[in-house]
Design a protein around this ligand. Structure first.
Ligand code: PXP
Length: 245
């Protein structure tokens, strides 16, 4: 059965909206693990728009499953990873203006640079996964660079507007997964996966891990909202002192 990595970036997004302390992604990680997550994923972005350095430090203390640190392939981030020692680093492309990670790494074009980053992480015994589009060129290059794993970018499949595009995007994922598996790479997948489109992805037998964030946090807001309102309503109903009524 594939492992489920729960990405808690958007718990931090909600916290950052008010610049306070809640909701705390550390509490979210504890709960996600209690309820069956096989791993916790966070993306420490250069602009620190959601996850903060403090979060990653504390997560390293409390994550008992597996901590997957997503980060840009740059030396400052490598130094942070070497201090934190996550169970795995997933290298992703990062642009400041983007809403979320938009595409896979240009592994072929950035081969030399990535080799240095991967070697530095390996020197600290940190396994490396490369986030790639399902493109044989990039998958073969990831293997040649010595990455332990790839994470197939499922965004094109997840966001496809019509059934023909869904089919071709899905087929590309199947072929990419087979190619990576044959090369001996561990095959992970993620981005844009939700409670509907996950079903076919799980059918790709080479995929051993899926990493899912936005749809889980979005659902948590909705399925948890009823209880949150009930608790506040109880406080509001019972909280006023008798002589004030
Ligand atoms: N995998 C990678 C490499 C990502 O960059 C992201 C988004 O941060 C995810 C998985 C999770 O994507 P989503 O939030 O759409 O589930």
């Amino acid at each position: 059965m594939p492992r489920l990595g729960v990405n808690i970036d958007h718990v931090a997004t909600l916290r950052q909206a008010r610049g306070g302390q809640e909701p705390d992604p550390i509490a979210a990680a504890v709960l996600a693990q209690l309820h069956g997550a096989d791993g916790i994923v966070v993306h420490l972005r250069e602009d620190r728009r959601h996850i903060q350095d403090r979060d990653v430090r504390l997560l390293r203390e409390i994550v008992s499953t597996s901590l997957n640190l997503e980060m840009a392939a740059d030396e400052t981030m490598v130094a942070i990873a070497q201090q934190i020692r996550p169970d795995k680093v997933t290298l992703v492309p990062e642009r400041r203006q983007e809403l979320t990670t938009e595409g896979g790494l240009a592994v072929v074009e950035r081969r030399d640079w990535l080799q240095g980053i991967i070697d530095a992480l390996h020197a600290s015994h940190i396994p490396v996964s490369l986030f790639v589009d399902p493109d044989v060129r990039h998958i073969e290059a990831a293997h040649a660079l010595g990455a332990e794993a790839i994470e197939l970018h499922t965004g094109h499949y997840a966001n496809a507007a019509d059934s023909q595009t869904v089919e071709s995007a899905f087929q590309a994922l199947v072929e990419g997964a087979q190619c990576a598996h044959k090369l001996g790479l561990e095959v992970n997948a993620g981005h844009g996966l939700n409670y509907q489109n996950i079903k076919r992805i799980i059918g790709i037998s080479e995929i051993v891990e899926v990493n899912i964030g936005h749809s889980i946090v979005a659902r948590a807001v909705l399925v948890g909202l009823g209880q949150a309102v009930r608790e506040m309503k109880t406080l509001v109903d019972s909280g006023r002192r008798h002589d004030e009524t």
